[in-house]
Design a protein around this ligand. Structure first.
Ligand code: HAM
Length: 420
């Protein structure tokens, strides 16, 4: 019978053995960022809608088209978080984490919600691991975040990782540059309907990284933002590149990278992967020096990145990256009724020694218990019957090889502890 309910379109369940990859990715990230002094922060699943409108930008696609917004019973407009940065900055301000001019380093793992047309690598519920480094305007802060990003993918075993960088300058620069882009595409623009024209005028930089073939053609030969930067932005960008070269981080400068959220200033970057097809960004990040002030805090520079968990998992699968599997080590089998209590005690002793074991709960026959053991995917069955009880031993069966041997309970525990 077909199930009555399915996971909503654009969402996924993570089930064993896939979940092993998730756990491996999460552990790898937490361990890596610990080495750089980042602390974890967990923020609510929903926030006041205005927080995202003010940070991501009123004209951004995320805000105009993709937010899961609802009115709660108190008549307040709330939104499931479409990204992690604004909530982290909100928490940073609410808990005064940046007092005394400290640099604050935070990391997170969060689901995000965007009403998108689902396809490979693009979902309505997806997950990000991310970093926010708040309180430093130094190029060393940008370099640290970019270096960690690249090291993360290397540690996951993903090959050919290269950071693609750009500098989009300050708001004023972007305004002037946006006009230059619009005049370059004037011929194309006049043939668009009024909604298309308005979209282009509100956010002309997005034309540069559009995936639409017609727009791609219209922007060929468009001016580069790198020729419009103020000296301070140019010097900052050059310093970031020098630091990355010193740290042996592979990168290229790509003036077409502009990012979809409005809060960026100066450095922006992505890591892309061919294996992802159209949704080729593994991660995205950059500097956002106006955001903290924009949501009511003091003028505070900051830089961060978020990496799509599902996209990293797709690339790991494509590249056949092996990860440790989470599995139960043994299934305990009571071969006779008289052995049931002894099996229960053995299970307790083994768990106390840190060995993961399952037992039969349904009073099944020996044959059915052995079937259960096979299905459990545990590598071993441990069989205890009257004979073993008398001899003070157990039968340790290797379920893959089909071989078995008699060992004492102490030996059994020593063997399985060693195999971990
Ligand atoms: P973003 O570029 O919108 O940036 O998202 C970062 C990454 O999240 C993307 O590169 C992608 O891997 C993943 N992602 C985003 N949307 C989806 C989706 N619908 N399905 C699957 N994966 C997705 C941000 O969110 C910023 N908060 C990054 C940041 C942090 N900037 C500064 N600090």
């Amino acid at each position: 019978m077909a199930p009555r309910f399915k996971a909503p379109r654009g969402t996924h369940d993570a089930i064993s053995p896939d979940v092993s990859r998730w756990q491996h990715l999460e552990r790898t990230f937490a361990e890596l960022v610990r080495l750089y002094g980042y602390r974890e922060v967990r923020t609510p699943l929903f926030e006041e809608t205005d927080l995202f409108v003010r940070s991501s930008g009123e004209t951004s696609e995320v805000v105009t088209k993709q937010m899961y917004t609802f009115t709660d019973k108190g008549d307040r407009s709330m939104t499931l978080k479409p990204e992690g940065t604004a909530p982290v900055v909100r928490a940073y301000l609410e808990h005064s984490l940046g007092q005394q001019g400290h640099v604050t380093r935070l990391w997170y793992l969060t689901p995000i919600y965007r009403y998108e047309r689902p396809q490979k690598g693009r979902y309505r519920e997806s997950h990000q691991v991310g970093l926010e480094l708040i309180g430093s305007g130094s190029p060393a802060a940008d370099a640290e975040v970019i270096e960690i990003t690249v090291r993360f993918y290397e540690r996951l075993g993903i090959t050919d990782v290269r950071a693609l960088l750009n500098c989009i300058g300050r708001a004023e620069t972007r305004k002037r540059f946006g006009e230059a882009v619009l005049s370059h595409v004037a011929g194309w623009l006049k043939d668009q309907d009024s909604a298309g024209q308005e979209r282009a005028r509100k956010n002309p930089l997005r034309l540069l990284d559009s995936k639409d073939d017609e727009i791609k053609e219209a922007v060929v030969g468009a001016p580069s933002i790198l020729d419009h930067l103020e000296d301070s932005s140019r010097e900052h960008f050059e310093a970031v590149q020098e630091l990355l070269a010193d740290a042996n981080v592979d990168f290229s400068v790509r003036p077409e990278i502009v990012r979809g959220l409005d809060y960026y200033t100066d450095t922006v970057f992505e890591v892309q992967s061919e294996g992802l097809g159209a949704q080729n960004a593994l991660c995205g990040g950059g500097r956002y020096d106006d955001l903290v002030k924009g949501i009511g805090g003091p003028d505070t520079p900051a830089v961060g990145v978020a990496m799509g968990v599902e996209r990293a998992l797709i690339v790991m699968e494509d590249q056949r990256v092996q990860v440790p599997q989470v599995r139960t080590q043994a299934f305990l089998v009571a071969a006779t009724d008289g052995a049931k209590d002894a099996v229960a005690k053995l299970a307790r002793d083994m768990r106390a020694a840190g060995i993961s074991v399952m037992t039969d709960l349904e009073e099944r026959s020996l044959r059915n218990q052995m079937k259960q053991a096979d299905r459990s995917l545990a590598p071993h069955a441990v069989i205890l019957g009257d004979e073993e009880l008398e001899a003070g031993t157990v039968t340790l069966r290797d379920l893959q090889e089909g071989t078995q041997k008699q060992v004492s309970q102490e030996e059994l525990i020593a063997i399985l502890v060693k195999q971990g």
